[in-house]
Design a protein. Structure first.
Length: 196
């Protein structure tokens, strides 16, 4: 094979590779998936990040995975509660079917956030409830949820209480013990089994 033939084949290979990479980029973008083709991109770290104790940086890296799982779980639970309450009780469900004490707490949380001058976290009042209050909303309005959670209200309460306990260390920047990592995985599985 001559040198021009080799160069031509290398160019064709590079072009084919580039086209394939571009097509895969489009698939990832259109379907919001990560095919794991790229090395993880380290988030831009401020120059002071390396000044933190390496133990804390290692803990943060481990805890990030648990945070992601809980973030997705909690956001999906809040969305589900909102959807089912809207379907069952209509647009004004928060005012008509949520206990006054929870509504007052939500209003305080919203006011505190507005007074801070920071960007408000959400337009939805449900996002200002605690995880425990979220459980109370579901329990008080069980008819909106009983067809979904076929294992019953007690199973729902047990699982959400466990999730609330596990949420504490994750939300308050404390490492999860190995047993609690296992418990988190099992409890998330339990959550999805509630809907089988």
């Amino acid at each position: 094979m001559t040198k021009p033939d080799i160069e031509s084949k290398i160019k064709l290979f590079a072009l084919a590779n580039s086209l394939t990479e571009n097509a895969l980029d489009n698939i990832e973008r259109e379907h919001l998936v990560d095919l794991g083709r790229k090395e993880p991109v380290q988030a831009k770290r401020r120059e002071y990040y390396l000044q933190f104790d390496s133990k804390f940086r290692q803990e943060a890296q481990i805890m990030a995975e648990h945070y992601e799982v809980f973030y997705c779980l909690e956001r999906s639970i809040r969305s589900l509660v909102m959807q089912l309450m809207l379907e069952k009780y209509g647009e004004d469900w928060f005012n008509t079917n949520v206990d006054e004490e929870i509504r007052k707490n939500v209003e305080k949380n919203i006011q505190r956030e507005e007074d801070s001058g920071f960007t408000i976290r959400s337009e939805e009042k449900i996002d200002y409830t605690t995880f425990g209050e979220l459980t109370q909303i579901v329990t008080k309005n069980w008819p909106a949820f009983e067809n979904l959670f076929k294992r019953g209200q007690r199973a729902f309460q047990r699982i959400t209480n466990n999730l609330n306990q596990l949420r504490g260390p994750i939300a308050h920047c404390c490492p999860l013990a190995d047993d609690e990592v296992v418990r988190l995985e099992l409890t998330v599985k339990d959550w999805f089994r509630l809907m089988e």
